[in-house]
Design a binder for this molecule. Structure first.
Ligand SMILES: [Zn+2]
Length: 156
């Protein structure tokens, strides 16, 4: 028997330490929470992506009474990007959430399904997608979406 260890490097920033480009994406993700439709969870998630061509796209969770019909903010944003800018890679994604009258304190992390979807977009782009998980004043930064999900399911 051998053992393997998987480590993930997470850089922890405060908002003021971010670059101007990162701040814009974080601000856009916060703005995106206003487009959330979350009457069931009251958890308004917003995401924003920066494409390699400089375009930014917002996404927000959209719930539904038939629960599986809903979609997360992250996939809302990246599927929009894929539909409107096919073949254009995503440089960066920021994710945050607003609930009970305030932005979440702890950085908002994508769910497992979104992690898998983000990784496929990253693989197709051929370059790493920066991930910014945003809390009120704590931002977790990953170099790559692959860092979100070790031992990813791969068919590609
Ligand atoms: Zn998700």
């Amino acid at each position: 028997m051998t053992e393997k260890n998987i480590t993930t490097k997470i850089q922890v920033y405060s908002y003021s330490e971010l670059t101007e480009e990162q701040k814009k994406l974080v601000d856009l993700a916060k703005e995106a929470t206003k487009g959330s439709y979350a009457p069931y969870s009251q958890f308004n998630v917003g995401a924003a992506v920066l494409l390699e061509n400089g375009v930014t796209i917002k996404g927000a969770n959209q719930e539904n009474a038939a629960f599986p019909a809903g979609i997360c903010a992250e996939r809302s944003a990246i599927f929009n990007a894929g539909a409107n800018y096919p073949g254009v890679g995503i440089k960066s994604i920021a994710v945050t959430a607003f609930t009970r009258g305030a932005f979440v304190e702890e950085p908002c992390a994508p769910c497992g399904v979104c992690r898998q979807a983000l990784i496929e977009f990253e693989k197709n782009a051929g370059f790493p997608m920066e991930v910014l998980m945003v809390g009120n004043d704590t931002i977790y930064r990953l170099d790559s979406a692959c860092d979100l999900l070790p031992l990813t399911f791969k068919e590609f």
